[in-house]
Design a protein around this ligand. Structure first.
Ligand code: WTA
Length: 635
């Protein structure tokens, strides 16, 4: 493996090199890997169409790079350490050779079910080893995996299966989360009932709950694997062949199927993993994300395994059986790098220090955060109480669309500053623009964050809708990738992410489109229209505040009853993560004369700030604002 960055001057040197000679830089990184055929062209691109092609003509399989390439030295090394939900249950450790065996065997199972290169396979699973096995088995045969976080409702699951036209769904009977179980198979049955494309369901037994198995369609994972050979030759993929689809929320409409391809994603996820976390051989690395999100894809599975790391997968939640669970895991498995979300840190901080104080966590070397801005208080608590003042914190900024970390300290190399993602990684060229797209040069500037040139891990398209890809990311500013985030570059040239500047909110590190939540609320029979905004929330970062206009408010209903039923509705349409924290029933929304909702005003009201609304001259009916303010003061 190419050398890691070890010093600050080394970082600046690499960075300079990567910006001046980007293609040479990434070609050099790509040389670490096993290519069936080397590429003809490192990079071909324009942000107009947009067209982004890395390592064109190169042939490879990403699982050959995890397994065959490393098997000689890593055969007996732990690849995955699996920690179950209940600490009393025994965990599982899979060595590289054991994982390889299971991946090849399951790849053969998928082939036997008629799955071919390019077919889409949907995965809706709890955090069990079979989730990683299934995704790698898809990659092995060239099928495109689409993992859907198992907290989504059946409606949301169905939407995603239909969009990708998945042929096979892989799930479990149920899932454990803390002291609850989720009826995964029942949710899948409901969803699949609406999806014509699905031919086969493969179900891994986890909870032992009674589930219905439809003859000819549904099969038990373990039965399918019985007597199946583990001889499997990897499918040869083009560098630009799709690897996976992952749905994420945007500011408008339905979630988008972000598509990542094979060669560039492989190079980028592993390069960033090794450098940001400074992983050394023999270390145990633990990322607490769910594989249903991009963090789990890139930094539980692909990045670590491509780097020959031992990656820990945790099935449960941070507060079960108590708020010390993460630290128990760190102690039990002697974790060296720990990566989590600020919302988890804030939640654990609120539980008090006694859960962290007496844990033996000397093994920890690096702490990471991802998904949302981290406030200074949480940063210091993490640094002082978890890292005992010894461990650098890497505050990593990136997105589903970027495939890997973009702006982040390199652990132990980049001097950190609380709540700053600090400096761009090599190969990343961020620029800050004002609303008109004018570049704001130099330090001490604030504006919208864009990226000037492609990097290997970036998304290539939105599945089935390239025009939407262009519109969303490449049309706001010419020849730039627009992130949707606001940013400040301070006097030292350090980047601080300020949060989304579009209609996307970040709730407990989960991305949520306000339009998506509004659509779900509007399904309620009494709701005429609604507006959803984020508001500051001490644990979640942002909470969801919904203003709903209802009709037929007669004596048969109470406002409280409607509020409850709206919450249930959102739960059913999207999932618990989208359930509004607060709902206010109002008689109208503040609109401009042209009918646009003035969200700026609603955001202020949601934050409990009832003054200085700025320019309200375009407001159609100021009385509406008065009413909303009065009502929200009472509630
Ligand atoms: C936000 C998660 C501040 C940001 C990997 C981005 C962050 C969105 C950070 C992407 C960070 C992510 N500091 N904000 N370190 N990391 N974000 O697609 O608004 O789930 O646009 O990817 O999360 O969320 P996504």
């Amino acid at each position: 493996m190419a050398v890691k960055i070890k010093t600050l001057s080394g970082y600046f040197h690499e960075y300079q090199k990567s910006i001046v000679k980007t293609e040479d830089f990434w070609q050099q990184q790509a040389e670490d890997f096993y290519w069936r055929k080397k590429c003809d062209c490192v990079l071909d691109w324009n942000f107009k169409e947009p067209k982004i092609e890395w390592f064109k003509g190169g042939k490879l399989n990403i699982t050959e790079n995890i397994f065959e390439r490393q098997m000689f030295i890593r055969k007996d090394q732990a690849a995955i350490i699996w920690e179950p939900n209940d600490p009393k249950e025994e965990g599982v450790t899979l060595s590289y050779s054991e994982l390889f065996y299971k991946v090849k065997q399951f790849a053969n199972v998928l082939l036997s079910k008629g799955v071919k290169k390019g077919d889409r396979v949907a995965l809706y699973m709890p955090m069990i080893p079979e989730l990683a096995i299934a995704m790698l088995a898809c990659a092995r045969i060239g099928a495109i995996h689409s993992i859907i976080f198992a907290g989504f409702s059946s409606t949301a699951l169905a939407d995603r299966i239909i969009d990708a036209q998945a042929k096979v769904v892989i799930a479990s009977d149920g899932g454990f989360r803390g002291n609850k179980t989720t009826p995964i198979k029942t949710i899948v049955d409901e969803a699949v009932g609406k999806c014509d494309s699905v031919e086969t369901l493969i179900i891994k037994k986890r909870t032992g709950d009674q589930v219905l198995m439809k003859e000819g369609r549904d099969f038990w994972w373990d039965e399918l694997c019985e007597n199946v050979s583990a001889e499997n030759e990897a499918e040869v993929m083009d560098a630009e062949d799709p690897l996976f689809i992952l749905y994420t929320s945007g500011s408008t409409g339905q979630p988008k199927g972000v598509l990542h391809t094979t060669g560039g994603y492989m190079v980028y996820s592993s390069y960033t993993f090794r450098n940001v976390f400074q992983y050394s051989q023999g270390d145990v690395y633990f990322c607490s994300a769910d594989i249903g999100w991009i963090t789990g894809h890139s930094y539980i599975v692909y990045g670590p395994l491509l780097s020959g790391a031992t990656t820990l997968m945790f099935e449960g939640i941070p507060t079960f059986p108590d708020a010390g669970r993460f630290w128990d895991i760190v102690e039990k498995h002697q974790v060296n790098q720990f990566y989590t979300a600020p919302t988890a840190i804030r939640a654990l901080m609120a539980e008090g220090n006694e859960f962290v104080e007496n844990k033996k966590m000397k093994s920890l070397k690096v702490l990471g955060t991802v998904g949302e801005p981290i406030n200074e208080e949480a940063w210091h608590w993490y640094h002082d109480h978890v890292g005992k003042g010894r461990c650098p914190i890497v505050d990593t900024w990136w997105q589903t669309e970027t495939g890997g970390i973009m702006i982040s300290p390199i652990a132990g190399v980049t001097p950190t500053k609380p709540s700053y993602a600090t400096l761009p990684l090599p190969g990343i060229h961020p620029i800050i623009v004002d609303a008109e797209g004018k570049e704001l040069k130099g330090n001490s500037v604030e504006g919208n964050l864009c990226i000037k040139a492609p990097w290997p891990g970036m998304a290539r398209t939105i599945y089935g809708d390239h025009e939407r890809f262009r519109q969303t990311y490449f049309s706001t500013y010419q020849n730039l990738y627009f992130t949707g985030d606001g940013v400040r570059r301070d006097e030292d040239g350090y980047y601080r992410i300020l949060g989304r500047v579009d209609d996307v909110i970040n709730v407990s590190g989960h991305r949520m489109g306000t339009a998506e939540v509004e659509n779900a609320i509007n399904e309620h029979p009494r709701v005429v229209e609604s507006a959803v905004v984020g508001f500051p929330h001490h644990i979640k970062g942002q909470g969801i505040f919904a203003f709903a206009v209802c009709n037929d408010m007669d004596e048969t209903v109470t406002e409280e009853g409607i509020i409850q039923s709206i919450k249930v509705g959102v739960n059913n349409i999207i999932g618990p993560i989208a359930r509004p924290d607060k709902i206010l029933i109002v008689s109208g929304l503040p609109k401009t004369r042209s009918g646009k909702i003035m969200r700026r005003i609603l955001r202020k009201i949601a934050a409990g700030d009832f003054e200085n609304f700025g320019d309200t001259s375009t407001l159609l009916d100021p009385a509406v604002v008065e009413e909303i303010i009065n009502k929200s003061k009472i509630h």
